[in-house]
Design a protein around this ligand. Structure first.
Ligand code: SF4
Ligand code: SF4
Length: 165
């Protein structure tokens, strides 16, 4: 059996701590400090373009989680579908992005935000106007490089470390 003197472990631990005191940090103090995330992130919400949406329900059919529900009616005057209700249960959504890829009319986008935790189950279900874009609900560049160009450049920790040196 290997013999180790009492206190050697503590000294080793302290040595690691002291060494790190003089190193450049490789993490940030979230949430006080934040880095720009990838422009093509698949945030945990969907953004819906009401004007472009035709109510074809391709997004709902392609969702492996059954997280999208669409109710349409037919407009006899304009001879087209009208979306009465579009509902996304982000509690079931796994942010796979398949619905966004499947939408033939570029009416659905992944969100850029990632802090969307809620206290109540019902609050993660979003419908109609709640799915529209707004300054707080930005579209991600996932699947859409033009949108990605408009978003802030991703902060890479390795660059941050290099800049600080
Ligand atoms: S991202 Fe994936 S899981 Fe979420 S609603 Fe779209 S298809 Fe469904
Ligand atoms: S696939 Fe696109 S156009 Fe069709 S219902 Fe879904 S969001 Fe609307």
């Amino acid at each position: 059996m290997k013999f180790e003197r009492y206190g050697i472990g503590i000294a080793k631990g302290l040595r690691v701590t002291i060494r790190h005191l003089f190193r450049h940090p490789v993490t940030v103090q979230y949430p006080e400090q934040r880095l720009n995330i990838s422009r093509r992130t698949r945030g945990n919400e969907l953004i819906w373009d009401k004007v472009k949406c035709t109510g074809c329900a391709t997004c709902a059919k392609s969702c492996p989680q059954g997280a999208i529900q669409i109710v349409t009616s037919t407009s006899m005057e304009e001879n087209k579908y009208e979306v009465e209700q579009i509902e996304v249960d982000t509690g079931y959504c796994i942010s796979c992005g398949l619905c966004v890829e499947a939408c033939p009319f570029e009416a659905l986008y992944m969100g850029y935000a990632y802090e969307r935790a809620k206290y109540r189950r019902g609050e993660v279900v979003q419908a109609n106007e709640q799915l529209l874009p707004s300054p707080q609900r930005q579209r991600s560049g996932y699947m859409y490089p033009k949108i990605a160009d408009e978003l802030p450049r991703q902060t890479l920790l390795i660059e941050r470390i290099t800049e600080e040196k």
